[in-house]
Design a protein around this ligand. Structure first.
Ligand code: NDP
Length: 294
């Protein structure tokens, strides 16, 4: 009997924490046959109720599907889970959506390929509740043929972006976005700390803060243009102007009894850039200062 060409590929999901459970559930909702395995077997229950087949061991999960999606806490655990079943990986595609470094992604790609598997490393740009929604997307890197084969399947989770054939690139892009987010969050926490020190409720300040951040969002594109052209000269806000104003910002934090430990390193970077003769440049110059050339 020949396989139904319209049938959706079977997927085994290994690791059913908050994220792995959301991934398995999204594959089920998109109509894929889904096998699930988790170290703590009880977590397969809610997914079995949605139609997933629980696998008692990783070997059963590997045997059940050509497409294997792993979502554990760290990459050492991925090796621990896959090493005992390495002989069953030949011809399969391993998609590792566990958070890790680019070097870990490359090492796992090499290991999986040595065992005859195709490998994609992934970076999930969503929290579990966003999976399958319009704002979720996942970076994939590694085996391009595997990505193209399963791209439609991956769309069950949200957007699918191929970051390159270097398996480390999904993690690198993932962390670049997280760094952008953490930097912004740090600013947001300081902003709230400052207004609250003056008795202004956070809720009252949330609206102007959100509007301000939205109005400033275009700076991402402006900085990118400056970096790619190498032309950092600005008529908007020069490093010299920022160097003059930052002591006032830090002074205000100190006056209000708030730590300046996020802005002190930024002030040091700006001072270094100005001392190096870049006072007329815009803040985009700081990305160059963060990347020392040898
Ligand atoms: P959870 O803590 O909810 O789940 C962790 C999973 O890893 C569980 O399935 C757990 O199994 C398993 N695990 C831990 N140690 C081992 C081990 N030694 N052997 C086998 N399995 C093990 O975390 P999340 O699901 O939230 O996160 C999973 C991955 O997804 C992480 O790498 C995280 O960085 C990434 N991610 C998470 C996001 C989020 O918002 N939650 C966002 C983007 C990425 P058990 O149930 O038995 O403990």
């Amino acid at each position: 009997m020949s396989a139904d060409p319209a049938a959706k590929p079977a997927v085994s999901v290994l690791g059913l924490g908050m994220m792995g459970s959301a991934l398995a559930s999204a594959f089920l909702k998109a109509g894929h046959p889904v096998t699930v395995w988790n170290r703590t077997a009880a977590k397969t229950g809610p997914l079995a109720a949605q139609g997933a087949i629980p696998a008692p061991t990783p070997a059963d999960a590997v045997a059940a599907s050509e497409l294997l999606v792993l979502c554990l806490m760290v990459n050492d655990q991925v090796r621990e889970v896959l090493e005992p079943v390495a002989d069953g990986l030949a011809g399969r595609t391993v998609v590792n959506l566990t958070n890790g470094t680019p070097a870990q992604g490359r090492a796992l790609a090499e290991w999986a390929e040595e065992h005859g598997a195709r490998y994609l490393d992934g970076g999930i740009m969503a929290v579990p509740q966003m999976i399958a929604g319009p704002d979720a997307f996942v970076y994939y890197s590694g085996d391009r043929d595997a990505f193209e084969k399963y791209e439609e399947t991956f769309r069950a989770l949200g957007g699918a972006r191929f970051a390159g054939t270097d398996a480390g690139l999904a993690a690198l892009n993932d962390f670049a976005l997280l760094i952008g987010m953490y930097g912004q969050s740090m600013g947001i926490w300081h902003a709230f700390a400052l207004v609250r020190s003056a008795g202004i409720p956070a809720k009252e300040f949330a609206e102007p803060l959100r509007l301000w951040l939205e109005a400033m969002a275009h700076s991402v594109t402006d900085f990118a243009e400056a970096l790619d052209s190498g032309d950092h000269l600005t008529d908007v806000s020069s490093l010299a102007v920022n160097e003059a104003a930052l002591p006032n910002l830090l002074g205000t934090l100190t006056e209000q009894g708030i730590t300046g430990e996020f802005f002190a390193p930024m002030e040091a970077l700006i001072r270094r850039a100005v001392a190096d003769g870049h006072g007329a440049d815009g803040l985009s110059r700081l990305a160059e200062i963060l990347t020392p050339r040898t």
